[in-house]
Ligand binder design. Sequence first.
Ligand SMILES: [Fe+2]
Length: 371
Amino acid sequence: MKQQLYINQGFAAWDGILKQYQPQKTLLVCGKQSYRSIEAIVQPLLTQLSGKIITFNEFGKKPCIEDIFRGITLCREENVDLIIAIGGGHCIDTAKAINLLSKQPISLNNANDLAESIRGNTTLIPTECPLIVMPTTCGSGSEATHFAVVYIGSDKFSLAHPSILADWVIADKCLVNSLPHSIAVYTALDALCQAIESYWSVGATQESEEYALNALKIISPHLQNQFTINDQFFTDMVLAANYAGRAINISKTTAPHALSYYLTDQFDVPHGIAVALTLGAVATYTEINAENHTQKKIQTIKNILNFSDEFSQSWYDFIASLDIACKLSDYNLKEEHLEKMVNSVNLQRLANHPINFDTKQLKQVLKSRYI
Ligand SMILES: [Fe+2]
């Protein structure tokens, strides 16, 4: 089924959803804290659904195998026939992973079975359980992708399957406009970085480039306003985040994302900041060392964002204007951590980057952002 996408149309999708599904058991995957702020808006809708609603909101800060295991167990015990995810990227990824993995012929008595599926060592069969997604942040774009991040210990895996793409997406400013200021800014930064990385990614296609450019054009006026939070910001960011999500769904992300996970895992740097911290330096390094085709793309990005000739300078001026510290040492990293950061990089994701980095070059880029 083609994804039914409703952006900034309130809950116009709901009648169609009620007509299409008469679930016996619905699994509601939602964040504990974030759900409270929008409960009054979505609860009247959920009560219109047939059957029983089972809430799954006991999960940690990142989507890990233990949480997925509990979600799968619940899904199977209750015979869930519809899943609704209401939350940020982490929550949506959790719902996507539970949806796919609960349908695999794996024994829950053997923890290794589940891990093997997450590691990509088994052939995954499609899930037919419908998934409805309502993003409550304006950045991850997870509602538009067919992959979900899952951690086994500190190892990060990207579970990918066409059938985990959400069937229905309701993305609306009313679900995000009560976000705390900082989270709104951090998630918007993620969307901006995703659009930039998608545009220059080696996996970019004409379609993904169009989505990425759309996202950049929508976000650009808000750079001049230092991401001032107002009604227009939320309206635009809901749409831009979705475009950026659709773009990376095709192209995947590149070096700044690959480098970011170490900062988030080891130093608790919020994802959007973690990506932004290296993006400027990576962009300038890439522009200098890339061939013509990529240089032109970076010039296009600079033009849309009204950046001066030096990408890095304009980028970090903008980040600083958001009151976000720009150097890696501001986040308690010591110089010896740079080596670990380089070694942590997922080589597959790095292969999407438009120039080849060896570890020495990557370290050089990080060093330029250290102090
Ligand atoms: Fe991201």
